[in-house]
Ligand binder design. Structure first.
Ligand code: CMC
Length: 448
């Protein structure tokens, strides 16, 4: 099939690790084994254990995968100690300030910033595919009015695959580009429709003349008798939120997409499973949890100092939501950008939000406290994003959906990268079995 325009060879960039003479030496049961050491392009070191089990009989144990590289990837670089995040080599600060969400998505998926014609063609594809099949509109009626929009989103992304069976296995580039553009375009339409469903309002059709972010805001907030005109500051803040969420290497949802995709499950099914993984409060649900936490503090009149004291109490099991990160042991660079964006947008809109005051006070108290200092706990991307989205008028249960719209290009890029690797294997971790030893089956009348 012919490619629909001046688009690149999707994901054909090769990646390489540097060969090194270093060897990791391992001694088990008096025998010594040497394991190759690989170095990434930013000097990170990895011990290659792919032959560990076949040569030694042992496996590694790494609950939570904090020390395990599950793949080699050329998409995103994070240095958690320094607070660095780059997409395809470009610093997140530059992209957040100068790029658009569509352009950054293109960069993540295809590996390079687009030329003018490439970007125009990608935008055309996004516009062309912004409608969902009319029959799909009826599927929204099958959900109860109080259904969580993440449940609707994951189900609808899977359903999209059913409406586009020819794109389930986009094995050539033109099909892949089509599938990527369709998913990116339609996820907005589905997300906004799930919000309209929860309000009992009619679904709003997308508009060809609007760019990605204003088009989404139009579908969310316009009514058939009243068009919505978002302020440029609102569009800009939401654009930044989406760019900052667009990829974060092997996080829980992206690893899920790669894991599901490794069984050669199709792009739609893999992405739908990523939405489910993102839903949890420790991942994409944290932005909602931050607002709930701030709401509770304000409603109860508790001081930020008293709340922090409760967080530190081991028996309380309360966490300071929006703080801490598995990878960042420094200020999350995304939080730094959003703190400024939040302040700027609220000022422009003339909103004085008590939540922002409380959040900033919590941050101030936490960053001086040895509990947080010792554990290297800093604000993460979710600490300020919720305040911005709330000010825009996005309801809290839609926050993880916004995260999903932002993260979609990353999921697509990783699915593609994994599919293009010649050595692609089904992901199948091992375990250390700690259950009962072999025992004989007992008929029910002999069991005690
Ligand atoms: N508040 C209070 N204590 C915390 C927090 C927090 N937010 N985060 C970690 N700790 C403590 C934790 O109790 C533990 O203390 P100790 O060593 O005394 O037992 C220590 O710090 C290490 O915590 P951990 O749970 O082992 O760290 P992790 O790397 O497994 O967890 C995390 C990372 C993000 C799940 C965790 O920091 C957390 O639950 N944060 C709050 C939820 C949140 O904001 N999530 C959004 C993450 S960013 C968006 C995304 O990428 O999804």
């Amino acid at each position: 099939m012919k490619r629909p325009g001046p688009l690149p060879e999707a994901g054909t960039k090769t990646m390489s690790t540097e060969a090194t003479n270093d060897r990791a030496v391992l001694t088990i049961g008096g025998k010594t084994y040497e394991l190759p050491v690989k170095i990434g392009t930013e000097g990170e070191m990895a011990i290659d254990i792919t032959s560990l089990r076949s040569t030694t009989g042992a496996i590694t144990l790494d609950d939570g995968y904090g020390n395990t590289g599950s793949c080699e990837s050329a998409i995103t670089f994070i240095d958690g100690d320094q607070g660095i995040l780059r997409y395809r080599g470009y610093p997140i600060e530059q992209l957040a300030e100068q790029s658009t969400f569509v352009e950054s998505s293109y960069l993540l998926i295809f590996g390079e910033l687009p030329t003018g014609p490439q970007l125009a063609e990608f935008r055309r594809l996004l516009c062309e595919h912004e409608f969902i099949h009319e029959d799909m509109r009826h599927q929204f009626e099958g959900f109860p009015p109080n259904a969580h929009p993440m449940a609707i989103l994951s189900a609808m992304i899977n359903a999209l695959g059913a409406y586009e069976p020819d794109l389930l296995e986009p094995e050539d580039d033109s099909r892949f580009i089509d599938a990527a553009a369709r998913l990116m375009s339609k996820i907005r339409t589905v997300a906004a429709a799930s919000y309209k469903k929860s309000l009992g309002q009619p679904m709003i059709y997308p508009r060809y003349d609007l760019q990605y972010v204003p088009n989404f805001l139009h579908m969310m907030f316009s009514k058939p008798n009243h068009p919505h005109q978002p302020l440029p500051e609102v569009v800009s803040a939401l654009r930044q939120i989406l760019i900052l969420h667009a990829d974060h290497e092997q996080n829980c949802s992206t690893s899920t997409v790669r894991m599901v995709g490794s069984s050669q499950a199709n792009l739609y099914a893999s992405v739908a499973s990523g939405v489910c993984a993102l839903w949890g409060p420790l991942h994409g649900g944290a932005n909602q949890a931050v607002i709930d936490m701030l709401d509770q503090i304000i409603a109860s009149g508790e001081t930020p100092e008293a709340f922090i004291a409760r967080v530190k109490d081991r028996n309380s099991k309360i966490r300071l939501m929006g703080f801490g990160h598995r990878v960042y042991k420094n200020y999350d660079p995304r939080a730094k950008i959003l703190k400024v964006a939040c302040d700027r947008m609220l000022n422009k809109l003339g909103i004085h939000d008590r939540m922002l005051d409380v959040a900033m006070k919590l941050e101030e108290v936490a960053l001086k406290d040895s509990y947080f200092i010792d554990r290297k706990l800093y604000p993460n991307v979710d600490f300020y994003s919720g305040i911005i989205m709330k000010a825009i008028g996005i309801p809290t249960d839609m926050f993880p959906v916004m995260f999903a719209i932002g993260r979609l290009p990353g999921w697509i890029a990783h699915w593609r990268e994994a599919h293009l690797q010649p050595s692609q294997k089904i992901h199948r971790p091992r375990q250390l079995y700690i259950g009962a030893r072999m025992r004989d089956y007992q008929p029910i009348d002999r069991r005690r």
